[in-house]
Design a protein around this ligand. Structure first.
Ligand code: RP5
Length: 167
């Protein structure tokens, strides 16, 4: 697929199952990505160094997923000028509400575009990354338009089936 343009980082290997949902969407859209385990708390220097090098390495968007007191997306935004999309993950007794607040409540000037908790958010992070990339990629933009129309057609078909008593 070529060199990665999206970096997917996560705080732990226990996040991998959920964050794979992001890479699957990117793969389906033929957008090359790389995945890394970097922790804002357990490996703060490695995480910061990776974020500082991300743009020079050719990445255009960073997706960061973490649970609990989730600071990974914020750390990415602190050390890079690339757009950062944060995915709050459900990793403890607060079911992701902790990670949601930690990810979304960034101070001014250090933005993290925060999506929903868990797999739905991981998928949408990839779709959002694709929309950002499509700003400078007409082929991708057309592909996203087709996907959106196909999604609408699928819902219309379900509605028809329901109305006709076929479901
Ligand atoms: C966070 O702590 C990780 O992103 C993960 O969601 C959570 C738990 O990590 P493990 O204890 O499973 O490694 O930093």
């Amino acid at each position: 697929l070529g060199d990665p343009v999206v970096g997917i980082v996560m705080g732990s290997d226990s996040d991998l199952d959920v964050m794979n949902a992001a890479s699957e969407v990117l793969l389906a859209l033929e957008i090359p990505c790389e995945m890394r385990i970097l922790s804002a708390h357990r490996t703060p220097d490695r995480a910061a160094e990776w974020a500082r090098n991300a743009e020079a390495a050719g990445l255009k968007v960073i997706i960061a997923g973490a649970g609990l007191a989730a600071h990974l997306a914020g750390a990415m935004a602190a050390h890079s000028d690339l757009p950062v999309i944060g995915v709050p993950l459900a990793a403890g007794p607060l079911a992701g509400f902790d990670a949601l607040l930690s990810t979304v409540q960034m101070p001014g000037g250090v933005p993290v575009a925060t999506v929903a908790i868990g797999k739905a958010g991981a998928r949408n992070a990839a779709w959002l990354a694709a929309r950002i990339l499509a700003l400078s990629d007409d082929r991708l933009r057309e592909r996203l338009r087709e996907e959106r129309l196909a999604q609408a057609a699928a819902v219309e078909e379900k509605d028809r089936r329901l109305a006709e008593g076929r479901r």
